[in-house]
Write a protein that binds this ligand. Structure first.
Ligand code: PMP
Length: 430
């Protein structure tokens, strides 16, 4: 597959955009370097690059594009919003409607605030938890990515791990000192951290299903134990549902799994492809936030009608009957096909999957935490990634990122993908 124009544009981009990309995870640094593919059109489950090549998209823009690209219902909502003015700086009726929709789906979010990104949502949850508890420390799980605010860039997975910088430079030691990191799915390690620091801990930050070192579900009882142990110490539980919100059911992973946090952060899917974040939780905790309380959070773009109306339209699509059942059906088909191809060609892999999100790890050990995800073979992944790209299948350029199926993917797309996986594994086995 020729990608000359992509290569040329990358050279040009490097001259003006730092590193040629506006988010580091878009770089091909971890998959052998060179020019990332520059896309110029996206429709449904497909991408077209600047050289005219077509790809089946499993990147889904790192999660938000759950209804496929340019879904007509969402496109219409955005057009209507644009025609009526994109930003008011006042309350609007749509934000009330949208907050109600979210609360109906995720009842633990008794009061909600919209902002502009997952980063902001998580950052503010931490501030609110600190204001409410009067404590400073936070506990997070190794390899979980919670955006790029200072506190949570300690032992962050996803992009930072891909590029080998799990602990970002530029973060004062005094801030890093307030973050305690323990392995995911390890309740003894968490209990020990609480035993030592529990009385100083404002909150524990949890991805209820991990989406930042592939897909890693919690072991049975893990989330329940985290809740109990944190609450016994007077610490709040914050679920980062930026990836998981509305991905596995019409609601959060908390609804699927039957566990409730004190605060929840959302982003990605709820913007229908436009920038958004949201946070919310128990009323008395949320009442810490200005104008009702002393914890400040604000935003010029927060609740802008375009993002909000795109989000409403996206949830309207997702709440149609059968949507999540179809994710399960297609996810199963893809998983089985990948496993079959691996077996045929003697490639050792692990596949972790929840509904329409899955991760393929080149390792012989089950992946249950960050250490086991790190153990997966990155070089083999890089070769697989490039083979798949030449097959017209777009994955994220990182062994730590998930594949996402959207409502636009058809059974034919999945079968074509499985055939591409089979040929790629055959090439790897040579
Ligand atoms: N939390 C999680 C779980 C995420 O996966 C991400 C983004 N990948 C974020 C927070 C940050 O979201 P954003 O990129 O919108 O700031």
């Amino acid at each position: 597959m020729k990608r000359e124009r992509s290569a040329q544009l990358h050279e040009e981009a490097m001259e003006v955009i730092l590193g040629g990309v506006n988010s580091p995870s878009r770089s091909f640094k971890a998959v052998g370097g060179g020019a990332p593919v520059t896309m110029e059109r996206a429709q449904g489950a497909y991408f077209w690059d600047v050289d005219g090549n077509r790809y089946i998209d499993y990147l889904a823009a790192y999660g938000p594009i759950i209804t496929g690209h340019a879904h007509p219902h969402i496109t219409k909502a955005i057009s209507e919003a644009a025609a009526n003015g994109t930003l008011y700086g006042t309350p609007t009726p749509w934000e009330i409607q949208f907050a109600r929709m979210i609360r109906e789906a995720i009842p633990s979010m008794e009061r909600i605030r919209f902002n502009n990104s997952g980063t902001e949502a998580v950052m503010t949850c931490i501030r609110v938890a600190r204001a409410y508890t009067g404590r400073v420390k936070i506990i997070k799980f190794a390899g979980c990515y919670h955006g790029h605010s200072d506190l949570v860039l300690v032992a962050a997975g996803s992009g930072p791990s891909t590029l080998g910088i799990p602990d970002s430079a530029g973060i004062p030691q005094s801030i890093a000192n307030e973050v305690i990191t323990v392995p995911y799915n390890d309740i003894d390690a968490f209990a020990e951290a609480i035993r030592v620091w529990g009385q100083e801990t404002a909150c524990v930050l949890v991805e209820p299903i991990v989406g930042n070192f592939g897909i890693v579900p919690p072991k049975p009882g893990f989330l329940e134990a985290v809740n109990r142990i944190a609450h016994e110490a007077g610490a709040l539980v914050v679920y980062d549902e930026v990836i998981t919100g509305f991905r596995f059911c019409y609601g959060g992973a908390q609804n699927l799994l039957g566990v409730e946090p004190d605060l929840t952060a959302l982003g990605k899917i709820i913007g229908g492809g436009l920038p958004i974040g949201a946070y919310g939780g128990r009323r008395e905790i949320m009442e810490q936030v200005a104008p009702l309380g002393p914890a400040y959070q604000a935003g010029t773009m927060a609740g802008n009608p375009a993002s909000i109306r795109a989000g409403i339209a996206c949830l309207e699509v997702l709440r149609q009957p059968g949507v999540y059942e179809e994710f399960e059906r297609l996810g199963q088909l893809l998983e089985e096909g990948i496993r079959r191809a691996a077996e045929t060609h003697g490639i050792t892999i692990q596949v972790n999957r929840v509904k329409g999100a899955l991760a393929v790890y080149f390792t012989d050990q089950p992946v249950t935490d960050y250490a086991s995800a790190q153990a997966a073979d990155g070089e083999l992944f890089a070769r697989f990634f490039r083979l798949m790209l030449d097959e017209g299948i777009c994955l994220a350029p990182s062994k730590y990122e998930a594949w996402f199926i959207t409502t636009a993917h058809t059974e034919d797309d999945i079968r074509a993908t499985v055939a591409a996986v089979d040929r790629s594994f055959a090439a790897l086995a040579k």
